[in-house]
Design a protein around this ligand. Structure first.
Ligand code: ZN
Length: 130
């Protein structure tokens, strides 16, 4: 909140109209503007989350598919062709000499051109068999 100019009338964050009620802490001219603004903001947030989750799911499917074929490495260009997006991971560990990334339960190393050492972390979950 800026109060450096007492004569300054706040403007509605949604429609840009001046808020003429004399209260400087108001952000919206009306309830409908407030609702519209918040709905859009929530929608943007949902969309962003969905985009990241979709990318992670796709990455996981690809890594999972490679492991099922007995493959533990692949060129990044080939992976990208399959839809893999190297910008998304669920966690990352820096160890000596390299960085390990995780996509949920699957771990891998990334070199400038390849993803290597793909392996599934073993957790003592229930026997979820294929
Ligand atoms: Zn408004």
């Amino acid at each position: 909140m800026y109060h450096d100019d007492e004569e300054h009338h706040a403007r509605c964050l949604e429609c840009g109209d001046e808020i003429g009620y004399g209260r400087t802490d108001r952000k919206f001219c009306s309830l409908s503007c407030k609702n519209r603004y918040n709905n859009r903001k929530n929608q943007d947030s949902r969309r962003t989350k969905l985009k990241v989750l979709n990318a992670l799911n796709r990455n996981h499917e690809i890594l999972d598919g490679l492991l099922k074929m007995g493959m533990t490495e692949m060129n990044i260009s080939d992976l990208k062709h399959l839809g893999f997006d190297t910008d998304y991971m669920t966690s990352c560990y820096r160890t000596r000499g390299h960085t390990e990334f995780c996509c949920f339960d699957i771990r891998y190393h990334v070199t400038p051109t390849r993803i290597t050492s793909i392996f599934r972390m073993k957790r003592n979950l229930s026997a979820k068999d294929e």
